[in-house]
Design a binder for this molecule. Sequence first.
Ligand code: SF4
Length: 297
Amino acid sequence: MKCNADAIIFQKYSGMHLCRKHFIEDVERKVKLTIRKHFNIGKNETLAVALSGGKDSCVVLYVLHKIFHERRDLNIVAISVDEGIKGYREHSLEYAKELASTLGIKHIIRSFEDEYGTTLDGLTAKNRVLGACSYCGVLRKSILNKVALEIGANRLITGHNLDDEAQTILMNHLSGDVDRMVRLDPPREIEGMVLRAKPLRKIPEKEVALYALVNDIPVDLEVCPYAHEALRGEVRDMLNGFESRHPGTKYSLLRGFDKMVKLLAADFPPATISKCRVCGQACNAEVCQACRLLEKI
Ligand code: SF4
């Protein structure tokens, strides 16, 4: 709809047919807008990018490098966490290494084994009360924050896309968890916690995949063997059904959330942050969630 080239995508939600060039421009425009609106990147900052080797994290690293590679004052560092998921994570880490090396970006890899003396496979083989993703998500976030602090990062950037954000918002609505919803808000400064940022939050998951494809970004398309345990599968199917019948639903959820969260924050102030007495990381209880989970196993 912008030139005479063949379209490679039809965005039902915007009514636009876009060719390769204009599709790439559209994605990058939305990323720049998100950065400007939700978090500014100041001078001499270090951006830590969580890089799993999957499409979302590879695309966010690639786009940030493309947008900021001429900013000599910015330092982009990729951080990967090897949870120890046999037959899966070792492959995705290869993609992560390849992309970081192609872009000339420093790449740090830490493992559950290094930090906790065990792997996710080892943890899930024990008598556990929660799904694998609950352990994985909490422990991985803790390592990412720790490494980001070590390198003096100003931001910890993740590849969460529009689908991830819309699913999380809906899941919090369904469980009535307003505190958690408020914590999703573009973050504020908390001592001991590196500010999070999600530049792809306005890019639908399918478009992240297409962006990787048309830019020849090496990404791992394998699915984690524990993915079926994730609760969000049901919510994802429901949202995809709505989106196909009512294009724009995911954007509406995100827009509504962005308006509402500022009002909610006044009634649900952030918890007091202290240091975990076991590991010393910032948390809102005597013992952080990661250490509590590890204690129970
Ligand atoms: Fe971890 Fe679950 Fe993601 Fe697998 S699907 S990497 S277990 S959070």
